[in-house]
Ligand binder design. Structure first.
Ligand code: ADP
Ligand code: TRP
Length: 333
């Protein structure tokens, strides 16, 4: 594959967890050296839920710190904050003129929000996919590393880009498609027996990169298991399988095999198993946690990173906006 233009945004909603790291950020770290990458913090998108200003700033800062700690290199990629680019709201507004109420109302994420928060269905929520399309096509991205839940938004980004091209008889925007690094999508399981590790299922379901060793031990001791195998060679319950899967991600193969054998011959003690897994999680995350602490204390560095990202991102976005304005007929005298 040749060099692609890649864009990915993350809403600043708190700390990154192991699922975010293994499922997304660790791939970004590889991609940044192979493609032309734009990674940004989607702070405009988070306004749909009206965060308080101090929390918003803190959450943006924390994602930035954690992205850097995970290895995103502001020289290799373009790392920026969405609200630093005035070109994004400009393109969003232009795209809104060709976005139909009907198609926006049919979006699954909108319908879900309309159902779960009937008292806050604002226009920003309705046009969330337009803003996301602007994020993507402003850099003429061809690939977007997102999970299945964002597929419909991505399809709309293609629709809006194509519609703009057609409307003004120009080939400004290429079509962006989902991008899975190395084909295989890692799914990090949660601790509470359900599906994937996700902060929407509460803090006890996730291991955050900054969780202290004590907190990791506590969360692991509360991780859901079952009453244990009573017959040899049975299939583990989903909750126990989740913990085996987690061990597969952070522990040695020998250790995993050891506990799998003990499960198969019914001699496993979940207490020991979970304690052992907790220690491996602690060791696995220790380097990231140390880096997070060091970077968080270095405001000068953060300032430089934000400035550099803004400069690079604006250079790219301004070029596209210039083409759009020309196409629309906003021309100079
Ligand atoms: P959450 O589900 O905790 O709200 P987000 O939806 O903000 O997480 O996810 C941000 C990125 O991290 C997305 O690219 C998503 O695919 C990835 N991600 C989140 N949780 C997991 C997980 N458990 N396993 C793999 N990838 C994940
Ligand atoms: N909607 C995405 C999410 O909830 C975040 C996002 C906003 C995004 N703009 C984007 C992702 C552009 C990729 C590209 O996860």
């Amino acid at each position: 594959m040749g060099k692609e233009i890649i864009v990915s945004g993350i809403r600043p909603t708190g700390n990154l967890h192991l699922g975010n790291y293994l499922g997304a950020v660790s791939n970004f770290v590889k991609m940044q050296h192979e493609h032309h990458c734009f990674f940004f913090i989607a702070d405009y998108h988070s306004l749909t839920t009206h965060p308080n200003p101090a929390d918003l700033h803190q959450n943006v800062r924390q994602v930035l710190v954690e992205y850097l700690a995970c290895g995103l290199d502001p020289e290799a990629c373009t790392l920026y904050i969405q609200s630093d680019l005035p070109q994004i709201p400009e393109l969003y507004m232009l795209l809104n003129m060709h976005a139909y109420m009907g198609e926006l109302e049919r979006v699954a994420s909108f319908k879900e929000k309309a159902r779960t928060q009937p008292n806050n269905i604002n226009a920003g929520l309705l046009t969330y996919p337009v803003l996301m399309a602007a994020d993507i096509i402003i850099h003429k991205a061809t690939k977007v590393p997102v999970g299945k839940d964002q597929e419909q938004h991505l399809e709309m980004a293609r629709t809006f880009g194509n519609r703009f091209n057609r409307m003004y008889q120009q080939e400004i925007f290429p079509e962006p498609y989902a991008f899975n690094y190395g084909k295989e999508l890692i799914k990090v399981p949660g601790l509470q027996g359900g599906g994937k590790m996700s902060k929407s299922d509460g803090d006890n379901n996730v291991i955050n990169l900054i969780d202290s060793p004590e907190l990791i031990r506590k969360k692991m001791s509360r991780a859901v298991t079952d009453t244990g195998p009573t017959e040899p060679n049975t299939i583990p319950s989903p909750a126990v399988q989740n913990l085996f899967d987690l061990m597969g991600l952070v522990s040695s193969q020998d250790k995993l095999s050891h506990y799998q054998e003990r499960y198969a011959n019914c001699s496993i003690r979940y207490g020991d198993f979970k304690k052992d897994l907790a220690e491996d999680l602690i060791n696995y995350l220790a380097p990231a946690r140390e880096k997070i602490e060091a970077i968080s204390a270095n405001n000068t560095l953060l300032k430089q990173v934000v400035e550099r990202g803004k400069e690079k991102a604006i250079a790219s976005a301004a070029k596209t906006i210039k083409e759009c304005r020309e196409a629309i007929g906003f021309r100079s005298f």
